[in-house]
Every structure is written in C-alpha cells, then in structure tokens.
Design a protein around this ligand. Structure first.
Ligand SMILES: [Fe+2]
Ligand SMILES: [Fe+2]
Length: 258
C-alpha cells in the first residue's frame, strides 16, 4: 500500500497570484491523498492575502495541512491568518501533529515553522548576549516541539513539515552567508529522533530539491521556485525502512516567482 503526498511551499499568494495554481489543484485528488504546504503562503501575512490562500487551497477534496512561514508573520496578523485558513478547512500545525486516514494507511504529519541558527560547525550558539541566547532559544524551542510532536503520533507513515530547512543539503545554490537564516541542524536532530519517513520544507527559493538528515531521513525542499510546478507528489510505502520517495511531475505552473 502506498500513501501519496502532494507538497509545495512558498506560493506567496496575493491578489495578483491567486488562481494560478488552481487549475492543477483541481486535478490533485486523482494524484494524491493529502496536500502539505511548507509555509510562506502569503507575501506579507495579511488577512486579505490569507483569504487568497483559502480560495486557492480550500475545497480540494483532499486534506490540506500547512505550517506558516516567515512571510506569513510579516504584518503581525498570524492569528488572523491561521483563523482564515482554518475556516477554509486547512489544518495549520505549529508544534503539533495530525493523523490522516488514507487509503494506503495512516499518515502522520508533525509541523513547525522552524527558525534559523545554522548547521554543524557554522551555527549560532547559546552564549553571550541575551539577544543571541533568545535567537538560539527560539530555534531550540521549535525543534523540541517538532521532535515531541513527531514522537507522539501513532501512524504508519510519519512526515515532518517545516518552513525552515533541517539540513544544509537543500540550501545548495543559496549564498553560504545566509545559511544560518535558512534553517538549523536542530530541526534535523528532531526529525532523526523519530521514525520519520520524509521531511518537507520550503524557504530556500534558490536551493536544491534533495537532501538527507544525518540519520538518513530523506529531505525535500518543495519551495515553488525550486520544484517549478504546482506541486510535487511523493509516494511512501507501508514500511518506514522501505519508504520509497519519488518526485512525480504534476501538471501545472512552470514559471516561478519569488
Ligand atoms: Fe518564501
Ligand atoms: Fe520563507
């Protein structure tokens, strides 16, 4: 049995962009059991932009699960954004998870936005000024919440959903100088603390699609400018140790925008 997961991030919808994904999304229920969105759904995180997201991703006939991205926080309207999405039937995760009954088994999804901090040998540390400690603590708290949510889910296939990257692999193509603002190794450690089959993230528009955590969990950057299509579809088998992950081309948007 196979669970089919569609995913995309960084769609950055507003009134100018809304509608571009919908033709491909109308066909999604034939290709996938669920759609996971990896944050940066809006340009500036306004309630009106969230209504665009609700129009685009509501009523698709499959469960839609998302995390927010940094752009979705820009106007300090995150609670209104979350409420608007939830009113459209979209599940918003932040330090929690959901188990979906799919034809191929129970799909568990745990999600957080995540935060920066950097990667092994090149990361911020919990030392010195209170501002630096607060920065690192934000990442640590987010990673701890992700790990706890992943370990709490009773499911057949477990997926981690974040906006920030858990590994540097999928940042290849971005300037090295900004890696600490694109993700954190602590998210990777959280993913490796559970029997995670697949980790999905966005945020790195100029990054690379494929990577893996130190523990061997497959990581995919599904930012729309990276995958250059309306969504990618991943097939995951029953057995976590045999989870087969394959990107399947989906019809839809070919152009990218940031
Ligand atoms: Fe983005
Ligand atoms: Fe982002």
């Amino acid at each position: 049995m196979v669970i089919r997961i569609a995913a995309v991030g960084d769609v950055h919808l507003d009134e100018d962009v809304v509608g571009r994904f919908r033709p491909a999304l109308e066909e999604l229920s034939g290709h996938a059991d669920a759609l996971l969105l990896a944050g940066d759904l809006t340009r500036h995180g306004t309630e009106s932009e969230a209504r665009c997201v609700a129009r685009e991703f509501g009523g698709l006939g499959v469960p839609v699960v998302t995390v927010l991205g940094n752009h979705d926080h820009q106007c300090d309207q995150a609670p209104q954004v979350v409420r608007t999405l939830e009113d459209a039937g979209i599940t918003v995760l932040e330090g929690d998870g959901i188990v979906l009954d799919c034809a191929g088994g129970r799909l568990g999804v745990a999600g957080v936005k995540g935060f920066g901090g950097g990667f092994a040998g090149r990361c911020a540390s919990d030392f010195g000024e209170p501002e630096m400690k607060a920065f690192v603590r934000t990442t640590t708290d987010s990673a701890d919440a992700l790990g706890a949510a992943l370990r709490s889910l009773d499911c057949d296939v477990l997926v981690a959903l974040t906006h920030y990257s858990p590994v540097p692999d999928t940042l290849a193509g971005e300037p090295l100088e900004i890696y600490p603002f694109l993700g954190s190794y602590q998210l990777g450690q959280a993913i490796d603390s559970a029997p995670t089959a697949l980790a999905l993230h966005g945020h790195a528009h100029h990054g690379t699609e494929r990577g893996a955590t130190p523990g061997g969990v497959r990581v995919r950057n599904v930012a729309h400018p990276v995958i250059k299509q309306a969504y990618s579809v991943f097939h995951l088998g029953d057995h976590l140790d045999q989870a087969q992950v394959s990107g399947v081309g989906a019809s839809g948007i070919q152009q990218s925008w940031s």
